[in-house]
Write a protein that binds this ligand. Sequence first.
Ligand SMILES: Nc1nc2c(c(=O)[nH]1)N[C@H]1C(S)=C(S)[C@@H](COP(=O)(O)OP(=O)(O)OC[C@H]3O[C@@H](n4cnc5c(N)ncnc54)[C@H](O)[C@@H]3O)O[C@H]1N2
Ligand code: MOO
Length: 403
Amino acid sequence: MPPTGLLFDDALAIVREVAASHRLETQTLALSRTHDRILAADVHAPLSLPPFDNSAMDGFAVRHADLRDGETMLRLAGEQFAGRSLGLEVAAGECVRITTGAPMPAGADTVVIKENSRVDGDQVTVSGNITRGTNVRRAGEDVAAGEVVLHAGSLLTPARVSLAASMGLASLPVVRRPTVAVFSSGDELVEPGMALAPGEIYDSNRELLMGLLRADGLEPTAWPRLPDDPKRVEIALRDAACAFDIVITCGAVSAGEKDHIPAVLAQFGQTHFWKVRMKPGMPLLFGSLDQARVLGLPGNPVSVFATYLSFGRALVDALQGRSEPRLAERAQLVAPIDKDHARREFIRARVFCDDHGVLRADPNPATGSHRLRAVADSNALIVIPDGPQRLAAGEVVEVLRYA
Ligand SMILES: Nc1nc2c(c(=O)[nH]1)N[C@H]1C(S)=C(S)[C@@H](COP(=O)(O)OP(=O)(O)OC[C@H]3O[C@@H](n4cnc5c(N)ncnc54)[C@H](O)[C@@H]3O)O[C@H]1N2
Ligand code: MOO
């Protein structure tokens, strides 16, 4: 028997552990293709930033020791614009015209802005009372050469990719993104656009899962829907499992006579766990089949949501070796929530920022894991901890925002 009826945290730990032992390989990609990837190795700064002392403003590079109270007249000894250093030197009583980003000429230690100067031929009169070093950006004040600036396991945000570019790096080692096959399952499902026969419903989970996966930067492949036929379920899942890193199914994992997915996994692969003490999402199934990790999500649309946001994301992150945690958000409850059961519960809610800058979560009164409209009207799931809970309005709870 596979482990069953697990505590939410124990199940999550298994997903992370199994995924970590199947971490995807590293690939070195051109910088422009590394956005939103997970960095595979620490990056040491190949140079300091800024690489040289330079001016923060347009004006005149001067020697601070020359400046008098009020006005000072200096001789213009040359011009250094942003670009190659001309190797100029500022002697006593001299200045050099300089632009923002231009290297500081030797001898100069301060920049007087253009607005505080008058130029007459090669005579420059500067004014203002400034301290030594004003308007000079120092070499290495942002990054010192050799230090670790980007850490393995972190997400490559635009700012981090830009930081790599500023150090001259043309490529970075990143972890390959998992490929994902998505299945919906059940004879009752019909493609939107087709006519419904009595008893049939439209397949809504496929779009839900495809959208959630794409929002997480993946390029999922939707497979044809699984019929309630054990042989065809087996063939389709085994096919997908030898070609994809993750196989996500929804539906057919509970106790019904047509719930064939757990048996296929048990017979041809390995079941890491089946059934988690959570609501909704209790029949969640996790296993390995051929080269894939298989996540069998329950069919109710809200269960798909709760299980993907918690377990699906954890799987995707751990396969890529992401060690930087996602931002854990918390909000104040607008209304009380009572829970008598022991399972961790996920409640749809609208999270908003009130006039005092406080994040608040307004629970949606809809219960029932089939009610998709309440998901669409909401933008987050409130996470209610394990065990019976009496949460008063104003209490702070964890929220998983999805919109
Ligand atoms: N006797 C028991 N019955 C049920 C149990 C149980 O433990 N014992 N668990 C219940 C819970 S909780 C859930 S959740 C559901 C999950 O069952 P399955 O994962 O096997 O899912 P299905 O039965 O296939 O579907 C459930 C529900 O969702 C609808 N569905 C499925 N796929 C889609 C789709 N792609 N788009 C839209 N709607 C979908 C399906 O028609 C069902 O209404 O089982 C309970 N039963
Ligand atoms: O746990 Mo089932 O996932 O409520 O609806």
